[in-house]
Design a protein around this ligand. Structure first.
Ligand code: ADP
Ligand code: ADP
Ligand code: ZN
Length: 204
């Protein structure tokens, strides 16, 4: 099954994506993770993306689309995949529709007022990608794999505010777009993590 996880920054996409990928044995493709890996490795793509990411803006469509197009050609995507953080603009969604067929779009619906706190308190495992929140987990090592836990550079309040604005203007229209294609499944992302996952499994 080819699935898109839609939702504002901090809605819980990464948290749920790790669980979905594990349960359904499909690759978790996060464009944000791909950019962070490229930045760390100092590639040209990383260099291009960094200036946008630091400002909380979107990386240009053509850069992201090319990355996703190449990734979806890899063998592990043959039996399905989970897209996390892509598409984020109507142009990306249109480009994607020419590359592949999507079976379901899961929208994690949440009050935007809750997100600044989720994002500024977010901590992430460098190795397995598990998301934590400082209010409930303050260890330095990942509970799942022992990896180092760190805070993303762009999870500061100034960048977070800009990312939420960008979401409103550029990504939110995708809800209507996929709804009109009868692909949208809305889930209440304000529930606790296990309940959100249960709702997702019921839909899939
Ligand atoms: P996204 O990938 O959509 O940006 P994350 O999955 O990284 O979001 O979650 C953002 C933050 O919110 C993390 O600190 C995570 O632990 C926390 N979080 C995720 N889902 C929930 C939830 N259902 N309830 C409370 N906190 C959550
Ligand atoms: P979040 O957890 O806040 O949803 P991501 O890890 O998905 O964030 O993305 C981090 C940053 O990477 C974004 O703020 C944006 O600058 C860039 N990015 C990720 N995916 C895309 C995309 N599909 N289009 C444009 N920029 C993207
Ligand atoms: Zn880990």
């Amino acid at each position: 099954m080819n699935i898109i996880l839609l939702g504002a920054p901090g809605a819980g996409k990464g948290t749920q994506a790790v669980r979905i990928a594990e349960k359904y044995k499909i690759p978790h493709i996060s464009t944000g993770d791909i950019f962070r890996k490229n930045i760390k490795e100092g590639t040209l793509v990383g260099l291009k993306a960094k200036s946008y990411i630091d400002k909380g803006q979107l990386v240009p469509d053509e850069v992201v689309v090319e990355i996703v197009e190449n990734r979806l050609k890899e063998a592990d995507c043959k039996a399905g995949y989970l897209l996390d953080g892509f598409p984020r603009t109507l142009a990306q969604a249109e480009a994607l529709s020419k590359i592949t067929k999507i079976d379901a779009v899961i929208n994690l619906d949440i009050d935007l007022k809750k997100l600044a706190d989720r994002l500024t308190g977010r901590r992430i495992c460098r190795d397995c990608g598990e998301s934590y929140h400082i209010s409930t987990y303050s260890d330095k090592a990942c509970k799942k794999c022992g990896g180092e836990i760190y805070q993303r550079d762009d999870d500061n309040i100034a960048t977070v505010n800009s990312r939420l604005q960008v979401y409103e203007n550029q990504t939110k229209p995708l809800i209507e777009y996929y709804s009109s294609k009868n692909l949208l499944k809305n889930i209440d992302g304000g529930q606790d993590i296990d309940k959100v996952f249960e709702d997702i499994v019921n839909i899939l």
